[in-house]
Design a protein around this ligand. Structure first.
Ligand code: KIV
Length: 250
């Protein structure tokens, strides 16, 4: 189990982070040797079929954090703070504590919410930051950091996250050279998703990298397996076997 205090060593060794939301897949990710399981609020989209991550709150996230923690008892569980759960420092601390009680080891916050991050870390709740595309508040899904003012803001935020006590940061859908610049500038590991190769680790959404979607995946993701096809074939064969009275067998 990687402790929050050990994140610094992933400045030199690639960190493998994957989203995982439930008991069976958390078990698989642990068996595969993933370093950190992120119970991301992307579950709103990929598990619950909702159109925005803003549609899930603490109660829903708590069910999945607890399920993932039951499935992966020897892996670092990073719980995503859902929209609104970190809107002020006291709320962030209460919700962060709730996640830790359910088996998470750290929490992730979108954006430079410095007061909330300071409050969490001073209460012993480890925080991973998240810069670049911030799905909870993004107005567009375009790559972040193409223009100088946006680049400066990302660099300033990265520095501020470290000063506030973040143990690492996710860089999402960010201009690759900017992600590389942030990675060089900060002493904590950067974990990229659509941020190129010059970051310290990578994170992907489970349903993308296992091919659980029937449709296209983001261009920066890669399907390392084709579970949608395998599941469909199994379900179709079950239908045929019942209809043709081949199951149950004699
Ligand atoms: O919720 C999520 O899955 C995330 C990743 C995209 C990093 O925040």
């Amino acid at each position: 189990m990687i402790q929050a205090s050990e994140f610094a060593r992933f400045k030199h060794t690639p960190m493998v982070m994957a989203t995982g939301y439930d008991y069976p897949f958390a078990r698989i990710l642990e068996e595969a040797g993933v370093d950190v399981i992120l119970v991301g609020d992307s579950l709103a989209n990929v598990v619950l079929g909702l159109s925005s991550t803003r549609e899930v709150g603490m109660d829903t996230m708590s069910i999945f954090v607890a399920a993932a923690a039951r499935g992966a008892t020897r892996t670092h569980i990073l719980a995503d703070m859902p929209y609104g759960s970190d809107s002020d420092p006291a709320k962030a601390v209460a919700n962060g504590r709730r996640f830790l009680q359910l088996g998470a080891h750290s929490v992730k916050l979108e954006g430079a919410k410095l007061e909330a991050i300071k409050a969490l870390t001073s209460e012993g709740i480890p925080v991973v930051g998240h810069l670049g595309l911030l799905p909870q508040t993004a107005k567009s899904f375009k790559q972040v950091g193409r223009e100088p003012p946006e680049r400066d803001e990302v660099l300033r935020s990265a520095d501020a996250l470290v000063k506030a006590g973040a143990i690492g940061m996710v860089l999402e859908h960010m201009a690759f050279d900017l992600a590389a610049q942030v990675t060089r500038a900060v002493p904590v590991p950067t974990i990229g998703i659509g941020a190129g190769r010059d970051v310290d680790g990578q994170v992907l959404v489970l349903h993308d990298f296992l091919g659980l979607h029937p449709g296209p995946i983001p261009p920066f993701a890669k399907a390392f397996a084709g579970l949608h096809g395998a599941a469909l074939a199994g379900a179709e064969e079950y239908c045929r076997a019942v209809r043709e009275r081949r199951f149950p067998e004699k």
